[in-house]
Design a protein around this ligand. Structure first.
Ligand code: SAH
Length: 407
């Protein structure tokens, strides 16, 4: 197979040899063979030695994304092998059809599954695909066809309406790729029944990455709080953390979000599970508010809860925004500490890739110091194991969090 060749500058091969998947323009010495956007290219050192094979896009700062470090063709057989491997890597897959197992999870986690630019999430009988790069966009129908062969699904929907596509010279693209159109709301199961809007919801419709942390909250309530608790669920989206609390009975949940659509779906989710009836003593509120403002008020009013969950959106989109983001995280964490009862818990997160877990812990420490409270780290938190992070790709570790006991 002859593909255009990208020659790497002498001394710039190390990250490639260490299997980092991105090659920036600054590392490139020469481009041979006139590659077009999205084409497969072979990467060599200056002596012509094979280093890797990947896909090309001159419009992106990341000009090559590596698909393999072996001298093998990138053909349908390669794609079938890689998709199969990622699917089989989800241990969850085996139990997904069993009653009680979650039936929604991430199937393909882009660079972290060694398939740069491709996200695929499963929601029951439907798959939702995000093509983040030009090559993946060009291959998405072939990928859909292969996934359909490998999995028993009703249909596949595309939600490639993300800003990063602009950096690849791509516009938004949404719509059914294959099979049936998904229903307006897909019902998934994650401890409770949850409705997911794959058409308009955030990301591909739902924050799948928090599943294990939601389970931790449910255990905390049943095992440490005897089923009874006041839970303040900040940045609640469609209320998934709150559902895990309500399902045990005995919890009062306050869901807070700025999005009315998200809160409407949060209420629907509560009703779908019958938690609105309060038959086991459970009760809830939904509040549309800016969390920054609401937390200031709650802290002034000395309102306190057994558990406070703080799961804000990404505050830092790049390194230049870290300082401002840190101020934002500190502000909400400071007031959140004030809103935890003595002996209660706080679960606090950052999903900013530019903020490392060390830095996040320092910010939370700064907030604690100003709050005058005491806290212990019970657990360091991250995404569930359907969101693996490639060891060669530290950029993949975007979600970090702390479970704290607060005095
Ligand atoms: N915890 C959720 C996911 C949270 S995502 C889950 O488990 O599903 C972040 C949420 O914060 C989004 O729903 C967004 O609408 C909301 N949001 C963003 N800025 C906000 C603000 N300033 N105040 C309140 N909510 C905000």
């Amino acid at each position: 197979m002859t593909s255009p060749t990208i020659v790497i500058k002498a001394g710039r091969e190390k990250p490639i040899n260490q299997q980092h998947p991105w090659i920036f323009s600054g590392a490139i010495d020469a481009i041979n063979g006139d590659p077009q956007g999205g084409d497969i290219v072979t990467v060599t050192d200056k002596k012509g030695k094979f280093l890797a094979r990947g896909y090309w896009n001159a419009r992106s700062q990341i000009q090559v994304r590596i698909l393999t470090w072996q001298d093998e063709p990138i053909d349908e057989a390669w794609w079938r092998k890689m998709l199969k491997r990622a699917i089989e890597g989800r241990g969850i897959q085996a139990g997904a059809s069993k009653r009680g197992a979650p039936n929604a999870y991430r199937l393909i986690n882009a660079e972290n599954d060694f398939i740069p630019g491709l996200i695929v999430d499963r929601y029951g009988d439907w798959l939702v695909l995000q093509a983040l790069t030009l090559h993946i966009d060009q291959q998405k129908l072939m990928i859909s066809k292969l996934l359909n062969e490998l999995l028993d699904v009703k249909g596949m929907y595309e939600r490639s309406d993300v800003d990063v596509r602009g950096k690849e010279g791509l516009k938004e693209s949404v719509g059914t790729l294959l099979g049936e159109e998904p229903p307006e709301l897909i019902e998934i199961y994650e401890g409770s029944k949850i409705l997911v809007d794959v058409y308009n919801g955030h990301k591909t419709g739902f924050y799948l990455d928090q599943r294990d942390n939601r389970e931790i909250v449910s255990k905390l309530i049943s095992e440490d709080l005897n089923g009874h608790c006041d839970l303040l669920n900040l940045f609640s989206y469609t209320g998934a953390f709150g559902l895990h609390a309500l399902r045990g009975g005995g919890a009062h949940v306050v869901n807070v979000d700025s999005s009315l659509d998200a809160l409407e779906l949060a209420e629907k989710n509560i009703q779908l599970n019958g938690y609105d009836k309060g038959e086991h003593g459970e009760s809830y509120e939904v509040i549309q508010a800016d969390v920054f403002e609401l937390l200031h008020d709650y802290a002034d009013e000395k309102k306190q809860f057994d558990i406070v969950i703080l799961d804000p959106p990404k505050f830092a989109h790049n390194a230049g925004q870290v300082e401002n983001a840190a101020r934002g995280y500190k502000d909400i964490n400071l007031n959140a500490f004030k809103c935890v009862k003595a002996g209660g818990y706080m679960m606090t997160f950052s999903c900013s890739g530019a903020i490392t877990s060390d830095l996040f812990q320092k910010i939370v420490f700064g907030a604690l110091a100003d709050s005058g409270r005491q806290a212990q780290i019970l657990k360091h938190l991250g995404p569930g194991d359907d969101h693996p992070v490639a060891l060669t790709f530290p950029e993949g570790a975007y979600l970090k969090g702390l479970l704290l006991k607060v005095y």
